[in-house]
Write a protein that binds this ligand. Structure first.
Ligand SMILES: Nc1ncnc2c1ncn2[C@@H]1O[C@H](COP(=O)(O)OP(=O)(O)O)[C@@H](O)[C@H]1O
Ligand SMILES: [Mg+2]
Length: 149
């Protein structure tokens, strides 16, 4: 049987990524200099691929959290998806991982496995005000981590 040599589902590494040298450089330099970047293009142009390509080239010491909020309908889903993305981005046994897990656990989450992807799913129950304050505390926790570097 002939297999399809063209990956179509996800970023699978630099060997399968073409060109975009200039875009990668700019994005990487912005990240390393603490600048935010907005990437705008029509769909299937390669935005997500570019982001994963640059992420793969960053120093290992960086905490990289990838969150797609397209399917996020409200603040509660945003909180749960953000916490899940954070927890899935670092193994628990590392020093950074321990710190992050300890923090997320302090928000009293329910943590479960998503059977399809094998990813962890964090659910944090609470009123609207509690949700606001959890989002706020996650963002300031990440901000504090950044400053310590
Ligand atoms: N530079 C590239 N080299 C090879 N494949 C790419 C490249 N950029 C994107 N792709 C592939 O093209 C498809 C669409 O890219 P994607 O990053 O999902 O687009 P967008 O996020 O802009 O909608 C994906 O299958 C992706 O893996
Ligand atoms: Mg995309």
């Amino acid at each position: 049987m002939r297999t399809n040599p063209f990956p179509t589902t996800a970023y699978i590494g630099p060997e399968y990524f073409c060109d975009r040298k200039e875009e990668s450089e700019v994005l990487k330099s912005n990240i390393l200099n603490g600048l935010s970047t907005t990437v705008i293009a029509i769909r299937r142009m390669g935005k997500t691929g570019l982001i994963h390509h640059v992420f793969a080239s960053l120093p290992k010491s960086h905490l990289i959290v990838y969150l797609d909020i397209l399917a996020t309908n409200d603040k509660k889903e945003f909180l749960n998806n953000l916490s899940s993305a954070i927890i899935n981005s670092v193994p628990e046994e590392t020093t950074l991982g321990k710190k992050i897990w300890k923090f997320i656990r302090s928000l009293r989450p329910t943590i479960s496995f998503e059977p399809l992807t094998g990813n962890l799913q964090v659910t944090i129950e609470g009123t609207s005000t509690e949700t606001d304050s959890s989002i706020h505390s996650i963002l300031s926790f990440l901000e504090r981590l950044k400053k310590k570097k």
